[in-house]
Design a protein. Sequence first.
Length: 214
Amino acid sequence: MGARWALLRRFVNSSSPSSWDWKGNQFLPGAQLGWQQEAGGFTYEAAIPWKSLFVEPPPAGGTTINFEVGMGFGSAFLDWTGRDPDTAANLAPLTLVEQLSPEARATPVPAVQRSGDVALAVRLDGGEAFTIDEATSPDRDYLWLDRVSPEPLKLAAGPHTLEFRFAGINLDRRTVVDAFLLQPTVDRKVLTLPDGSTVTIEHSMISGETMVTE
């Protein structure tokens, strides 16, 4: 949709929650928000004007749209679906109703994301495929790296063939691959000092340890 908005609770006044329009860079006019703390969590209720989403006239009951809900903290944002919301197929289905039925109120909310729903299979030179279960929701404004092989690979000099395909069990979902990064298991840098001696700095990508040898 044409707008992104967030539901915020003002820490300066916990009784005055507010709604923020990220696209308009302002508090959203006409929005109403309430929250209540309960055992084990919170309940949020919100009324968002349809015009803020550039939807007019309002859709009728029974209409299903896709949406994303999350909670922000600091510079991070936790997506409710557990998937990249910038990929439309990963958004959660939302069915509009005129009034919530007693049966719906009593029905437990099913898990939106299951292990294996979204996965990527990667195969190198026709060998055994590595399957990556994508159980994260990266912000596409930043790089998010998933390790492909559990152990380091030894590659001979020359061309290699890399194949990948969607391997999730939920065919309504989708995965997005921006690039594959090939890096050495040990990053090594040799520095030459003014007296002619050298210092070798090695950083292990596996253990995260850095070693300095003079």
